[in-house]
Write a new protein. Structure first.
Lengths: 147, 82
């Protein structure tokens, strides 16, 4: 398990390459990107706030749960904080396993749980000013289907 | 003493990122602390009416989670990372 919470950007290709080894048959990955719209408003940037200490603990708990549910070889999780612009990368989840089913499922599980359980908050900059992003009910439902 | 942290929209609405206070007498659960804070100040009364989440000692918690001296309690809006 390799988890980072950082301001700096990351290189998805290099991170995925780190997971490639002889006992791995599948690597699944997800990259979250800052969209330039939020609802009906144009978004020119966002700031990601988090709860230092709890963030790392929550992410480690989610990854540990994934490792208990699926036979994983490696997990790489990076979440950025601070000021981000449209098209910037926000989050990377990369999971390796002997076979693809576990890698796909664990990657999706980690993202779904991160959305509802990890203490990050997004504040968008729009033409009308700054606004906190509201939590989505669809994210809660996505996390609940793994229970 | 207990330490209370506020994040995101709640921190801005309250104008307060953190505070330390003696665990009020008769407060043994998170829900009782929230009620105590709301009774203490109108700003808390208003801010803690909307949907919020709570963590105790870095773990997600609920209104019935027990509280003890030395705990760190965090109050924040539903999370929106990822």
């Amino acid at each position: 398990m390799n988890i980072s919470v950082q301001q700096e950007d990351f290189d998805p290709g290099a991170e995925i390459e780190q997971l490639r080894q002889a006992n791995v048959g599948a690597i699944a990955s997800f990259v979250g990107v800052v969209r330039d719209t939020g609802g009906d408003a144009a978004v020119s940037g966002m700031t990601l706030e988090h709860y230092p200490g709890m963030t790392e603990k929550a992410l480690a708990g989610i990854v540990a749960e994934a490792e208990a549910r699926w036979p994983l070889v490696g997990v790489r999780l990076i979440h950025r904080i601070g000021r981000l612009a449209p098209a910037d990368r926000i989050v990377l989840v990369a999971v390796s396993s002997a076979h693809r089913a576990a890698a796909f499922a664990a990657c999706e599980f980690i993202m779904d749980r991160l959305k509802t359980d990890a203490p990050f908050w997004k504040k968008e900059t729009t033409p009308e000013g700054e606004r906190w992003v509201a939590a989505k009910d669809s994210d809660r439902q996505a996390a609940e289907r793994w229970c | 003493m207990i330490r209370i942290l506020y994040f995101a929209r709640l921190r801005e609405e309250l104008g307060c990122a953190s505070e330390e206070l003696p665990l009020p007498e008769a407060v043994t659960q998170v829900g009782q602390l929230v009620a105590w804070l709301k009774a203490r100040d109108m700003k808390w009364e208003q801010a803690l009416t909307s949907n919020f989440r709570v963590a105790v000692n870095l773990d997600m918690a609920s209104l019935t989670t027990p509280l003890a001296d030395g705990d760190e309690v965090a109050l924040f809006p539903p999370v929106t990372g990822g």
